[in-house]
Design a protein around this ligand. Structure first.
Ligand code: NAD
Ligand code: UFG
Length: 339
């Protein structure tokens, strides 16, 4: 089966590319490098020991995408391409709606034209907003997102449900990721955020290698075991394997299915800090700072549906995530080199 990965040069896409190839799939990567670098492709090729077809295109560019489908005739698409910074989406909502929704619409039109029926979409636990209870199951209410980025994911999910209703022969899997972190154990692939990171693990990594002075822990008065925010961190290689399982599922089912990809375990900010200190062998300086607007106390997945439908479950624990994140940042303290 041939699979196009839009946004395949990014953090999750690059790890998924490797896992798909290791599982025998033919892949084609399409990316415009708006948040990634060509070096990611070279690292993927080094890891799998073969060349990987690549198209530098904007997924919203209809003509370019049609040329790609014409040339490659894919059976399935995994749609990672999108802008993903929560803070940036608050400052630049139009750019976020334009990029995330346009890429999806152009992709759906092109898939229809070329008879491509299988789609896996990168959604997010952010669509649950502030959940009434944890663990979060897929049937809990969605849509009360605290920022434009989250709303793009919610709107796209709704679009995909409408499209599936109109054509029940499509096979669409919406994956709601919890908090992806870690890296391939080789240390060749890494998360390479532009500028100062927003997310916890990339921030801790930059502090641990001395590129930033200290972490600000956003709030220690939440109703959690140590007062700091609790999240479901999931190793990116487990997440990538979840996509491999979703592709197999899409190949044998029709309709639309929404599935959480998380571990079912919640860790606090301080749990992650201390886990990372164990991995890197020195202290990670931090200060307690005010709560960050829009943050919730606790968020972790029920992984039961993923286990039942995909026969998939996360294998790595928080120590593995800290070890592999430390390995990756130690080998790439300034991210990937630019071309
Ligand atoms: P990333 O920024 O590393 O990867 C996204 C890739 O898409 C980048 O390589 C970027 O250059 C590319 N891209 C963006 N717009 C494009 C366009 N118009 N045309 C072509 N390429 C384009 O992000 P990631 O962490 O790998 O996330 C992948 C997907 O998963 C995104 O849709 C993101 O919203 C979603 N997601 C991520 C997280 C997370 O914490 N990392 C959590 C939940 C959901
Ligand atoms: N945190 C800090 N200091 C920091 C960064 C984060 O204390 O410098 C805390 C946050 O307050 C939160 C926890 O670390 O308690 C995790 O924060 P992240 O920003 O890493 O992750 P979020 O859960 O807030 O959100 C992330 C993505 C969303 C996505 C969601 C679920 O940013 O886009 O995970 O996938 F939707």
């Amino acid at each position: 089966m041939k699979i196009i990965l839009t946004g395949g040069a990014g953090y999750i896409g690059s790890h998924t590319s490797v896992q798909l190839i290791r599982n025998g799939y033919d892949i084609v990567i399409a990316d415009n490098f708006s948040n990634s670098k060509p070096e990611a492709l070279r690292r993927i090729e080094k890891l799998v020991g073969m060349s990987v077809p690549f198209y530098k295109i904007d997924i919203a560019d209809k003509e370019a995408l049609s040329e790609l489908f014409e040339a490659e005739k894919p059976d399935c698409v995994i749609h990672f391409a999108g802008l993903k910074s929560v803070g940036e989406s608050v400052r630049m909502p139009v750019e976020y709606y334009r990029n995330n929704i346009d890429t999806t619409l152009t992709l759906l039109e092109t898939m229809k034209e070329y008879g491509c029926k299988k789609l896996i979409f990168s959604s997010s636990a952010t669509v649950y907003g502030d959940p009434a209870s944890v663990p979060i199951t897929e049937d809990m209410p969605v849509g009360k997102c605290s920022n434009p980025y989250g709303r793009t994911k919610y709107f796209i999910e709704e679009i995909l449900r409408d499209v599936s209703k109109a054509d029940p022969t499509l096979s669409i899997v919406i994956l709601r990721y919890f908090n992806p972190t870690g890296a391939d154990e080789s240390g060749l692939l890494c998360e390479d955020p532009n500028g100062i990171p927003n997310n916890l693990m990339p921030y801790i990594m930059k502090v641990a290698v001395g590129r930033l002075p200290r972490l600000s822990v956003f709030g220690n008065d939440y109703p959690t075991h140590d007062g700091t925010g609790v999240r479901d961190y999931i190793h990116v290689v487990d997440l990538a394997d979840g996509h491999v399982a979703a592709v197999a599922y899409a190949d044998s089912h029709e309709g639309v299915e929404t599935i959480n990809l998380g571990t079912g375990n919640g860790y606090s900010v301080l749990d992650v800090v201390h886990g990372f200190e164990k991995a890197c062998g020195h202290e990670v300086p931090y200060v307690i700072a005010p709560r960050r607007e829009g943050d919730i106390a606790e968020c972790y997945a029920s992984p039961d549906k993923a286990k039942a439908l995909l026969n998939w479950e996360a294998k790595h624990n928080i120590d593995d995530m800290c070890r592999d994140s430390w390995n990756a940042i130690s080998k790439n303290p300034d991210g990937y080199p630019a071309d």
